[in-house]
Design a protein around this ligand. Structure first.
Ligand code: F6P
Length: 559
């Protein structure tokens, strides 16, 4: 195992500490005195235009950050990942989500641990294409011979967030009259709401679970199976015998998993199961068969275009020098903010309603990846690690939490994402509403960067205590990401951008971004507590006093 490098021992870290000690951010001054700043700090990334100029860095700081990436081996680790080395050390696994989007026939072919990775990926993609086409054309029929009108994806975490986010983002591409719904929460309300109004004869469930052991997903899959049988019976379809029940499941359930034996044990025909591999982490899996709901609802071509967008960014990362490498630079800026300027969180603010689930998606990607306190060799980290990612689409956020970003005491670096051409261009009395929307996108980063001085406030006639209240300090860092349109490829580019930002940070910090042991304890305890809630007094007395009291409240108030 290559040992992680303690970033705090590098010479770049010493340089950055020196920069920090004498640092006075001055975006107004930097812009006024440097006519080429915007040009130097604006970079292309496939179809994206990325403007880093309103970040709190100078050329010197940026070059020390690039040196930090060099000294901590970011490029080597990326190459090791692409080559299939087992960089997921705690699970002894390769990390190959980038292989999911390699175009067919790419040379040299990728073989890892004796597996023909390219061949396997292409064969699952072909199976997805063929199945999606059958469902979309109506060739795939439900148990009573009717075509599918609704699909319900049952999954959680990476088996849910990616598909939901992409479905919402690319909804304008849904062209087969098939609506997708997504059930994730084990709160029965989620299932209850999502099957409301559905016709069992035209509904297809996709059970998506990498492990096929996840409590929420398997519980929801059983609930869905019961709903199918009950509502078919209500519709007069005979599902009395085991054979009839099996037949209904075979026509209305398919699965996506790495554990195809467990899929069969659930009663889903292995012929209708789509596989992937242990080298795809859950939060990196939307471009695997986990995207089946997308291939069906949006079409195989749209799904392939999405993959091509991911790949364009993978190539950029592999082929671009660090100082022009957009995901690497954005990851390094995050390191600067977290480790030297004390930022605790990072806002992602899409000015695109279609991206309204993007921040939720990124929360799993970034926080499950970099929320770690040990390095990949088990030694304690030497610095602060993963920041809290959060956000809502503009302009909704403007009327909610932006006040704190503008005038609060916290440093919150923010990414502003927008597209030039909206999916639904509308006018309001001759006014292009999207142009008005984009004016907000531009106004916010301007206000955050340059603020408003007391003199400017006074010049408008404000006096007394109001002057301070109406003054904006400025120097609030933002990155602007602009794309022509939210095409499938652009969406793939955006997702891959954040995957690689996350990876860059993880390598600098020396952590394994691909395990998630922190989630395990809660899962185990939930299984122990469930009987206590249901009335098992021995299980109850094994609980701590607070948990016992909460269960007592539950029992006392249960209807
Ligand atoms: O939240 C933990 C986790 O293991 C995620 O990493 C994963 O995406 C999610 O649970 C769902 O797991 P599975 O796809 O195996 O059901």
């Amino acid at each position: 195992m290559t040992a992680p490098i303690d970033p705090t021992t590098t010479s770049a870290w010493a340089e950055l500490s020196a920069h920090q000690a004498s640092f006075t951010p001055d975006l107004r001054g930097w812009f006024a005195s440097d006519a080429t700043r915007v040009e130097r700090f604006s970079l292309p990334l496939a179809d994206l235009h990325v403007d880093l100029s309103k970040n709190l860095v100078t050329d010197e700081i940026l070059s020390s950050l690039v040196k930090l990436a060099e000294e901590t081996g970011v490029a080597d680790r990326y190459a090791a990942m692409l080559a299939g080395e087992h960089i997921n050390t705690t699970e002894d696994r390769a990390v190959l989500h980038t292989a999911l989007r390699r175009p067919a026939g790419m040379e040299p072919a990728l073989e890892v641990d004796g597996q023909d990775v390219d061949g396997d990926v292409q064969s699952v993609l072909s199976a997805i294409d063929a199945f999606a086409d059958r469902v979309r054309s109506g060739e795939w029929k439900g148990v009573t011979g009717k075509a599918v009108t609704h699909i319900v994806n049952i999954g959680i975490g990476g088996s849910d967030l990616g598909p939901v986010m992409v479905y919402e983002a690319l909804e304008p591409y849904a062209n087969a009259g098939i609506e997708a719904r997504f059930v994730s929460n084990i709160d029965p309300t989620d299932m209850g709401q999502k099957v409301k109004g559905l016709d069992p004869e035209t509904t297809l469930f996709i059970v998506a679970s990498k492990t096929f052991t996840t409590l929420e997903t398997l519980t929801n899959a059983r609930l869905a199976r019961d709903w199918l049988w009950d509502s078919l019976a209500e519709a007069g379809v005979s599902v009395a015998t085991d054979a009839e029940k099996d037949d209904a499941v075979a026509h209305h359930f398919v699965a996506v998993s790495t554990a195809l034996d467990k899929v069969a044990a659930f009663g889903i025909d292995p012929a209708n199961a789509f596989g992937f591999w242990d080298w795809v982490g859950g939060r990196y899996s939307v471009d695997s068969a986990i995207g089946l709901s997308l291939a069906i609802s949006l079409g195989p071509d749209t799904f392939r275009e999405l993959l091509a967008g991911f790949h364009a960014v993978d190539r950029h990362v592999a082929e671009t020098p660090l100082e022009k490498n957009v995901p690497v630079l954005m990851g390094l800026l995050n390191v600067w903010y977290v480790n030297f300027l004390g930022a605790q969180s990072h806002a992602v603010l899409p000015y695109a309603q279609q991206l309204h689930r993007f921040a939720a998606y990124l929360q799993q990607l970034t926080m499950e990846s970099n929320g770690k306190s040990v390095m990949w060799d088990g030694s304690p980290v030497t610095t602060e690690t993963g920041e809290i990612f959060w956000g809502e689409p503009g302009t909704n956020g403007q009327h909610a939490f932006y006040q704190l970003i503008h005038q609060g005491t916290k440093l919150i670096p923010a990414d502003f994402i927008a597209v030039v051409n909206p999916a639904y261009p509308l006018e309001d009395g001759g006014q292009d509403v999207h142009a008005l929307f984009l004016a907000n996108y531009l106004a916010q980063t301007k206000a955050l960067a340059f603020g408003k001085t007391a003199e400017e406030v006074e010049a408008e006639g404000t006096t007394g205590a109001l002057v301070a209240a109406r003054t904006f300090a400025g120097n609030k860092p933002t990155t602007s990401i602009f794309a022509p349109s939210l095409t499938p490829s652009v969406l793939g580019q955006l997702i891959a951008l954040y995957e690689h930002i996350t990876f860059t940070q993880s390598v600098v910090w020396g952590i394994n971004a691909f395990d998630q042991w922190g989630v395990e304890l809660g899962k185990k305890l939930a299984l122990e507590i469930a009987p206590a809630i249901e009335g098992d007094d021995a299980a109850l007395s094994a609980q701590d006093a607070s948990t016992q009291a909460l269960i007592a409240f539950y029992r006392a108030n249960r209807a």
